[in-house]
Each structure stands twice: as C-alpha cells, then as structure tokens.
Design a protein around this ligand. Structure first.
Ligand code: HEM
Length: 505
C-alpha cells in the first residue's frame, strides 16, 4: 500500500501537518489581537481536526466550541448583547459560582496530598484521579465504572451513572496527542486512532447526560448535584441557537484541552517552589499569613495569594501562546497550506515595554496594574487614545438565580462586573481581550486551593523521591508538554530541617 495515497491517517494527519507553518509574535502593546487580521476560526492545525470531529474534518454542525468561533459568529442575545456564546460559557465558571465547586476541588487536593502519596512522584497520582474531578465538574458523575466491578461497554445502560473506561482512555489519548504533537511518531498515531475509536462512545455518553439534565431542568426536578456542574449553567443561561445540546456536549470534551493545563501549572508551581529562591521566600511569607494570604485587603482587587499565583502564571505561562489563523479579509492570505500565528504569552508578558522589572518574580506588581473595569468608554470612545477598540460595552445578566452581571470592556474582555481581572498585555498567560480565557479566575481558584492545602499541611516539594531514577515516567500532561514525573511532596521538618517524606508533625 502506498501510504501517501491510500492511508487515511497520512491523508488527514501527516500531509496537512507538513503544510502547516507558524509565525511567532513576541511583542504586543495592547491586550487585543486585531480581529480583522487574526482569526480564531480555523486556527486549530488541520491535522488535529480528527480529534474533535467524527468526520475527521472541521464540521461545526456536529457541535462547536466558543474557542473555535470568530467574534462575529458567537450569537446575539434577545436584547442585543453580542458575543453571547462566550458569556454563556463564562456563566458556568464565574468567580461568584466558584463556591459551588470548591468542595470538589478541595476534596481532590486532599486526596492527592494525602500522607499515603508522600515521597511518590506526584503527577502520576494526579493523572490517576484527574478524570474523576473533570467529569464531576462537568456532569456531576464521579464513580468509575470499573470500580463498580462491571464489565461495562458503551452500549450498556449501566454506563450512564459512572465514567466508562473508554471515556477515561479517550481523554488520556487526546491529551497525549496534544502533548506529543509529532504526527510521525508511533505514539501519536496510536493515541490518535484510540481517540477515533472511542469518539462515538464519548459523544453518546456525554450527550446522554446532557439530555438527562436538560429534562430535569425542564421538569423542574434538578438537585444540588446538578447545580454544582458546568453543564447545568450552560443549559440554564443559553439563549436561542447558542449552546444547543450538541455544543454543550462538544464543550465538555473540547475542555480536555483547557483543563489539562491545570496539571501542567501544578507541575510548574512545584518546580518553582524547589528551584526559585525568590518564589520560595514569597510563598514562605504567605504561609505566615492567615488563610495562606487569601484575604482581601481594603480597596484591593486581588488577595496576596491571588497575586502570587498570577505572577507564577505570568512568568511560567503554562499555555505558550494564542494561536490564530489569518482572517479571510487579511491581505496576505496564504494560497498554499496553512499559516498560523502564535502570540507568545511569556515573551509578551516579560516585554520591558510593560514593566520596569519584567523578568523579576514580583506579585506586588498587580497592586497597581490596570484592571478590566478601568478600560471604559472614555478610553475606547471616538476621541480616545484607543480608537481601535471595536466592542460596545454591554451587560448580560445570568438567569440561574445568581443574578451575576457578565460585562465586557473595550478590548472585549468578558468578566464579571464585580470581579475584574488584570487587563494589560503585560499579563498575557490567559490570552487577550475578546479571546481571553473565560476559565481564568476558576483556574486561579484551583491553583490557590492547591497552595492552601500545601500551606495547611506544612508540605514542601523535593526531587528526592522514593523511586529509582529508572522508574521516573514521562507524562504527557498538556498541549506541547510532556513532563518528567520527578517531583514528590514531603513535610517541612521544623526540628531537623529539610523536606521529609514522613509527616513528622
Ligand atoms: C492553566 C489553565 C488555563 C490556561 C493557562 C488557559 C489559557 C487560555 C488562553 C491563553 C486562551 C486564549 C486562546 C486564544 O486566544 O487563542 C484561552 C481561551 C479559552 N479558555 Fe482557557 N486556559 C486555562 C484553563 C481554562 C479552563 C479551566 C477553562 C474552562 C473551564 C478554559 C476555557 C477556555 C475557553 C472556552 C477559551 C476560548 C475563549 C474565546 O475564544 O473567547 N480555560 N485559555
């Protein structure tokens, strides 16, 4: 068989990857990508389309994600509010709603950082239980079908109340493909084909659960468990054609990309707490404060712990860059293959045009940094310095009982009116303006919870683990990232010093 002509994998994956090129941008003055030139649509490298869509090519009618749509295609609410899909998406992960999910996140870290895991490489443990947190947050389903002792297949009715092994497998393979990103490797191909094989199972399982929740909402018989899931809020706050059931289903597994970055971030945090003395002493200062420094001072927007986590994100940037295709309207549109542009987050955040000390870890920089609520009409009106701001300021009120106002500023940054975010191109780890990450504040809370558990339990990190060097695994953790699972946790020994695997306290 001639692989180039007859092999579906070569046609759909290898050849498109050979014709995909990427430009890198390292400087940005405003936190906004020119929407007439850079487009989110078609910015997924085409060789990855088969991971998302059953037909193996981009078919948004089967389900679509906010992430893959251009600003103008995200719907308008009945009262004229633009960028509707983004607001509906955000409605499930606002800072106001975080307390609904916090017990799940806290329980996850309590289990991960339990005494029994001390001294063992931590990321393997993380990956073992991560999918339970993932599906618990999305659908309120936590049980592992395998733990119930059933040999469950996707056709089986029993799989509805628990997570089938195929669903975990597809998740791991999906993340492995994104992490590996080398389409010529055997590993990539195996994982790609694994995703393709279980795709129907995943879609059936998720869409079954989405429809069941939709019915409970319709019949007004939802319970507390429903109200602690992303899907509940997407269904409650959607309008018109935005967020149809197939889109909700698609977002549930498109989020494989988004939430995989938590594991990557946790690894970078542990690394910083071992290798970087400035980060370490900054964290020691937080440990000496009540609640690990997570208390808001008078007039402050961010707590000391918020600011610590934010500067970890700025200086480590687990998400390397925002990827765009060139808009159809761009003059230099490519005629052959695909040209993508990456706006590099770490490089942009550490550009000296934004800060006097760009390369220094300094959480206090956010005490005075610009926030999203300050980019108002005066800055973005006709007579302003920022004439190019193209977004009308509009409010969207949630219908889920929390009455949260989801607003946007001139850069298009979508945020909760009462809880602004830092909004300058000098803080780029979560992207820019109208394309900025809606999961940002949720993510900050998750990483804060990890650190608060570390504080509470007097935990420290070390590479001196109870494992032979030969047993250290490589773990595909997030897009473009395979980490060495070489960090474990122990306990600060106040008497003898050092980081001990057994809890001396
Ligand atoms: C460490 C964690 C995370 C990082 C570093 C991160 C980073 C980013 C970045 C840089 C973008 C902009 C991409 C672009 O413009 O090309 C983005 C977009 C997005 N993120 Fe996240 N993200 C994280 C976690 C999450 C989580 C937990 C969720 C969901 C709960 C989420 C949902 C999204 C969505 C839906 C978009 C698309 C927004 C749009 O196009 O308007 N992310 N994220």
């Amino acid at each position: 068989m001639n692989r180039f002509y007859d092999d579906d994998y070569f046609q759909r994956v290898v050849i498109p990857s050979l014709f995909t090129r990427s430009n890198r941008v390292e400087q940005l003055v405003l936190p906004m990508l020119d929407k007439d030139f850079f487009s989110k649509k078609n910015s997924v490298p085409p060789f990855l389309d088969g991971l998302l869509w059953k037909k193996g090519e981009s078919t948004p009618d089967e389900g679509n994600s906010v992430f893959l749509k251009d600003y103008g295609e995200r719907g308008v609410s009945s009262d004229g509010v633009q960028n509707l899909a983004k607001r509906v998406y955000f409605s499930a992960v606002t800072p106001e709603l975080y307390p609904k999910y916090s017990t799940k996140v806290e329980g996850f870290f309590d289990q991960l950082l339990a005494d029994t895991n001390a001294g063992k490489p931590l990321m393997a443990k993380y990956v073992e239980t991560y999918w339970e947190l993932y599906w618990n947050l999305h659908l309120g389903i936590i049980e592992d079908c395998e733990k119930q002792g059933e040999d469950i297949t996707c056709e089986d009715d029993l799989y509805k109340g628990c997570i089938p092994p195929q669903v975990k497998e597809i998740g791991n393979s999906f993340v492995a493909c994104l992490a590996e990103a080398d389409v010529l490797s055997k590993n990539f191909r195996q994982n790609y084909e694994n995703v393709r094989e279980h795709q129907d199972c995943l879609t059936d399982w998720v869409s079954g659960a989405v429809t069941a929740m939709e019915t409970r909402i319709h019949d007004d018989i939802t319970n507390i468990d429903d109200e602690e899931t992303f899907v509940y809020y997407w269904l409650k706050n959607r309008e018109g054609a935005e967020f149809g059931n197939e889109d909700v289903t698609f977002e549930c597994y498109h989020n494989f990309v988004a939430l995989s970055q938590w594991g990557h971030t946790i690894y970078r945090v542990m690394e910083a707490l071992i290798d970087d003395d400035v980060v370490k002493s900054s964290f020691d200062a937080l440990k000496a404060q009540p609640n690990c420094g997570d208390t808001l001072g008078d007039g402050d927007t961010f707590t000391p712990l918020d600011r610590f986590v934010m500067d970890i994100f700025r200086t480590r940037s687990p998400n390397g860059g925002s990827l765009s295709s060139q808009s159809a309207g761009a003059k230099a549109a490519p005629t052959f293959g695909v040209i993508l542009t990456t706006h590099l987050h770490k490089e942009i955040s550490e550009d000296e045009i934004h800060w006097s000390d760009p390369g220094v870890f300094n959480p206090d920089r956010y005490i005075d940094a610009p926030t999203s609520d300050k980019i108002d009409e005066k800055l973005c009106g006709d007579n302003s310095n920022f004439n190019e701001c193209p977004f009308p300021h509009q409010d969207f009120r949630t219908k889920d009982g929390t009455d949260t106002v989801i607003t946007n500023n001139g850069f298009g940054t979508v945020y909760s009116k009462d809880k602004p975010v830092c909004d300058t191109a000098g803080y780029a780890p979560f992207g820019f303006g109208y394309r900025r990450c809606p999961g940002e504040q949720f993510t900050i809370e998750v990483i804060k919870q990890f650190l608060k558990t570390v504080c509470d339990r007097n935990i420290c990190f070390t590479r001196d683990c109870n494992t032979d060097a030969d047993d250290i695994q490589d773990i595909p953790i997030a897009p473009g990232t395979i980490i060495q699972d070489d960090i474990c946790f122990g306990y600060n020994d106040v008497v003898n010093g050092g980081c001990q695997p057994n809890n001396p306290n």
